[in-house]
Design a protein around this ligand. Structure first.
Ligand SMILES: Nc1ncnc2c1ncn2[C@@H]1O[C@H](COP(=O)(O)OP(=O)(O)OP(=O)(O)O)[C@@H](O)[C@H]1O
Length: 456
């Protein structure tokens, strides 16, 4: 089912004059001409990291645990609070550490699933991919199914939140930051932290998901970023702006559901985030704003408004081994059982007219016994197939349907039929109620037909 990108706004606190006013899910300019924007959620100036945790972290952890790829990215002008929102500090951790904390808490509570969590952390700096946790030279590749992935990147398996925090600190030290006019510690790169979660259920099914947490470099006017080493800042700024404008073009074409080729390849950032922007992912954009700057903020709010129209089609990445094959075998076996019963019924009808002599009565017994053994064997096979299927099926509804087609159903009915025949014969050989038996078998065949059609 398709679902739109979730777009939320976070307002950075300020002690300067603000140009915007927040009312519930609406933010508008204070001065005329009044411009107003609506979003899924607005975290106003007084919002804490815990507010973001409550609204976003649990939801995206749950998505990932259910097997959906997910992505949260922070967008906004330089100094608007993206790094604060995504990373935070030791005393006020942001979305990345809070999500890791929630993820490991959830995994610890689940003692039936075997889970593996791995992480990667890289940055895109001047259109180059840099491994923040190692010295590899990662590259973005396109798989046969057209999805992109990062190859040759250092990956660590993690078991506890503390381990993740250590790796994050190592990566943060390596990340490209600089002092600009707008921000003492301005991120000069897009940083992408990925949690890959693999969960194996006792029934053999496997769920896999990637949760990407992205702190984008700031959108900015060239002169806003100047400070020390202006030549270098200009080059960084132009690369940042190039990738953010490509992101903008992708967002606007995706939002229009354009039939044109989406220009993912025009920047490394959009190429890496291809699936999260327009494919198999549940994605959230956090538009960070510094409400003192009217024009920059309006530009961010317009950008974010466009993103609201993007439709994504996340699918649960789950592999349930061979269920269909086993199901097919079980249904085939049930159909075979049914055929045998029909033959048996036909033979009984034939004998019905000849049951006067003693030897023919015994022939009836023998035929029935032979048929019973045969059908029992088939039903044993059927039962095994179904048990196998049930043990692998996590779908209770289907389990209920299958359980109706079990051995008791078939064997008990047959035992009843054959037992009744013996009793009748022993008591009075002449009063064999073959008519009743044939009608019992008819009912039984109808029951089997219904059972088969209920699970197909
Ligand atoms: N919600 C907030 N509460 C308190 N302080 C904040 C908040 N948001 C941002 N800050 C502070 O504002 C400053 C700039 O924030 P931050 O570095 O997160 O901006 P940024 O958008 O990542 O900038 P850049 O794009 O230049 O990297 C930092 O000192 C940060 O601690």
């Amino acid at each position: 089912m398709s679902e739109n990108v979730q777009v939320v706004v976070r307002v950075r606190p300020t002690n300067k004059k603000t140009c915007f006013q927040v009312q519930s899910q609406t933010i508008k300019t204070l001065e005329p001409p009044v411009k107003s924007f609506n979003f899924d959620h607005i975290f106003d100036e007084s919002s804490s990291q815990t507010d973001l945790q409550a609204e976003l972290c649990s939801k995206y952890v749950l998505n990932a645990l259910e097997g959906y790829n997910a992505c949260i990215f922070a967008y906004g002008q330089t100094g608007s609070g993206k790094t604060y929102t995504m990373r935070g500090g030791t005393a006020n951790p942001g979305i990345i550490p809070l999500i890791c904390e929630e993820l490991f808490e959830a995994l610890e509570l689940d003692n039936t699933t075997v889970s593996t969590v791995t992480i990667t952390y890289f940055e895109i700096y001047n259109e180059k991919l840099i491994d923040l946790l190692g010295d590899t030279s990662p590259r973005v590749r396109e798989a046969n199914d057209k999805k992109t992935f990062v190859q040759d990147i250092t990956t660590f398996r993690v078991n506890r939140v503390e381990e993740v925090l250590e790796y994050l600190s190592v990566g943060d030290v390596k990340r490209s930051v600089a002092t600009t006019r707008m921000n003492m510690e301005s991120s000069r790169s897009h940083a992408i932290f990925t949690l890959s979660i693999k969960q194996k259920e006792p029934d053999g099914s496997i769920r896999e998901s990637d949760l990407k947490l992205v702190d984008l470099a700031g959108s900015e006017r060239a002169n806003a970023t100047l400070g020390i080493d202006n030549g270098r800042r200009m080059k960084e700024g132009s690369n940042i702006n190039k990738s953010l404008s490509t992101l903008g073009r992708c967002i606007s074409q995706l939002a229009k559901n354009s039939k044109l080729l989406i220009p993912y390849r025009d920047s490394l950032l959009t190429w890496v985030l291809k699936e999260n922007l327009g494919g198999n992912s549940k994605t959230c954009m956090i538009a960070c704003i510094s409400p003192t700057d009217l024009e920059e903020t309006l530009s961010t709010l317009r950008y974010a408004t466009t993103a609201k129209d993007i439709k994504l089609s996340a699918i649960m990445n789950e592999i349930v081994p061979n269920v269909n094959e086993d199901m097919k075998a079980a249904i085939e076996a049930a159909a075979k059982s049914r055929k045998e019963l029909e033959l048996l019924r036909a033979e009984m009808s034939l004998l019905q007219s000849e049951h006067n002599t003693k030897s023919e009565q015994w022939k009836t017994h023998e035929k029935l016994l032979e048929g019973f053994k045969h059908v029992t064997k088939l039903n044993d096979f059927l039962e095994n197939q179904l048990k196998h299927e049930i043990s692998k099926s996590r779908d209770l509804q289907r389990e209920n349907k299958i359980s109706r087609l079990d051995k008791n159903n078939t064997q008990d009915a047959l035992l009843r039929i054959v037992g009744a025949l013996f009793v009748e014969h022993t008591r009075s050989p002449k009063s064999v109620t073959i008519d009743n038996l044939v009608s019992d078998l008819d009912d039984f065949i109808i029951q089997l037909d219904n059972d088969i059609s209920s699970i197909v």
